[in-house]
Write a protein that binds this ligand. Structure first.
Ligand SMILES: [Zn+2]
Length: 439
């Protein structure tokens, strides 16, 4: 007897995830150090062409950064296409800290281990397995599907999604909705009752440089215009500042859903305290209740007895949807006119948790995990969705995984011993299959 084809695709998702992890696609943020992205893109390209896809293989403007895009025609070409995108790069990993080598892709103890196992070679493996399955079996989804495998997400997508959206938008022509990473995973709220968190919003990112100018001079003299002193004061003020509590729609809807399942209350006067009841996931949810501005780098001076004329600091700011103007006003007040500010900004992302696509996601999840439900949530960080939003595409984080109740999933992102349960990958492949066929 031959194996059920969807089970074969689920098995292949495990193999593909493991093999992708073995290709070291570390992205330090410095383009000169990127080594494996090309090999990963060529691997994906070969897996797609092998089963009959015509692919677009795109090097981002001669930068040695590689992307692969393929289309699968659907039954109704008049409908908007569904974009499924995943990034091939990963953040660095130090083998000395790990139980297994981070680029081994080891399949052991029920897990696939390695850098990228949850961010996001798991989703890439599941997507690739289903894309191959549909082509092999002649399965036609209800609408066109666009599969995109991208470079450089971990450094903001400048040479990946952002580059393609600016320079090759025709690759995504007709796409109205998209799914990708950091959503669709389960949290266990009470005995064997799981909620699957679909990402419907993201905070905006602003990587900001603060610059203060003063008068250069000798370190031994009385000196009233010291750039280092002035910058330190500004950085301390900003680092210690607490932005106001804001309960965005997606956060409210998430908390209300948890209350319905568990009976736990989340009163506004003790929101942060009550969110702690959520356990590990509270780190992520808690970070979506306020804007944050965390100083991360300091630069000034070159010798102990020389007062420099300029001092600089980097600040990682994350801004809730709808808060940008208020955030700027608060910064004006805190820092005053003498602190120059410069930044790179990626906007917030927000959509509603409703409509046919959301219904299809929820139905696919509950078909595989009866008694569970889906809830919207806001991601505290950012993904390539920020780029695709520029094309008017509606974005969701939906990379379904059914996780053990005691696994600290959010700690695995960019963490040591990153790994994904084999059963979760198989579950996710089955859920995605149902979703793709009904979306
Ligand atoms: Zn990622």
């Amino acid at each position: 007897m031959t194996e059920n084809p969807i089970e074969a695709a689920a098995d292949e998702a495990v193999t593909l995830t493991s093999e992708l992890i073995r290709i070291d696609t570390t992205n330090t943020g410095d383009p000169d150090t990127v080594v494996g992205e090309r090999a990963a893109a060529e691997y994906v390209a070969e897996k797609l062409t092998e089963v009959g896809y015509e692919i677009s293989y795109v090097e981002s403007g001669g930068t040695n950064r590689h992307n692969v895009v393929a289309r699968l025609p659907g039954a109704d070409p008049s409908r908007g296409a569904l974009l499924v995108h995943g990034h091939l790069d990963v953040v660095p990993a130090d083998p000395a800290e790990w139980s297994v080598h981070p680029f081994s892709g080891a399949v052991q103890d029920g897990y696939v281990w390695g850098r990228g196992a949850v961010d996001m070679k798991d989703m890439v493996g599941m997507t690739l397995a289903l894309a191959r399955h549909y082509k092999r079996e002649g399965i036609v989804p209800p609408r066109d599907m666009i599969f995109a495998f991208l470079a450089d997400e971990e450094a903001g997508g400048k040479y990946g999604a952002q580059w393609l959206v600016s320079n090759r938008p025709e690759l995504f022509e007709g796409a109205t909705e998209a799914i990708s990473e950091v959503g669709g995973f389960s949290i266990t709220l009470k005995d064997d009752v799981r909620a699957y968190l679909v990402e419907t919003a993201q905070r905006g990112i602003r990587w900001m440089t603060l610059r203060v100018r003063g008068t250069a001079g000798h370190g031994s003299m009385i000196h009233r215009d010291n750039a280092v002193t002035k910058l330190s004061e500004a950085v301390a003020k900003l680092g210690n500042h607490r932005f106001p509590l804001v309960v965005s729609d997606s956060v409210r809807e998430f908390l209300d859903g948890v209350t319905e399942i568990t009976g736990w209350e989340f009163p506004e006067d003790d929101l942060e305290g009550s969110v702690a009841k959520l356990g590990n996931i509270s780190r992520m949810i808690g970070a979506t209740l306020r804007d944050t501005a965390n100083p991360t780098m300091l630069t000034a001076g070159y010798k102990a007895n020389v007062i420099p004329s300029v001092a600089e600091a980097s600040v990682d700011c994350r801004i809730l949807p709808g808060r940008l103007e208020a955030f700027d006003r608060e910064l004006d007040e805190l820092l005053g006119p003498d602190v120059e500010r410069e930044w790179m900004e990626l906007p917030p992302v927000e959509t509603t948790f409703d409509g046919a696509l959301v219904d299809a996601m929820s139905a696919a999840v509950t078909a595989e995990d009866p008694g569970s439900r889906t809830l919207p949530y806001m991601l505290s960080a950012g993904t390539d969705a920020k780029a695709f939003q520029r094309l008017g595409i509606r974005n969701f984080g939906f990379a379904p995984l059914q996780l053990p109740a005691d696994l600290d999933f959010s700690a695995l992102f960019h963490g040591v011993d990153e790994r994904v349960p084999v059963d979760a990958l198989k579950f996710g492949t089955r859920v995605l299959d149902r979703f793709f066929r009904s979306a």
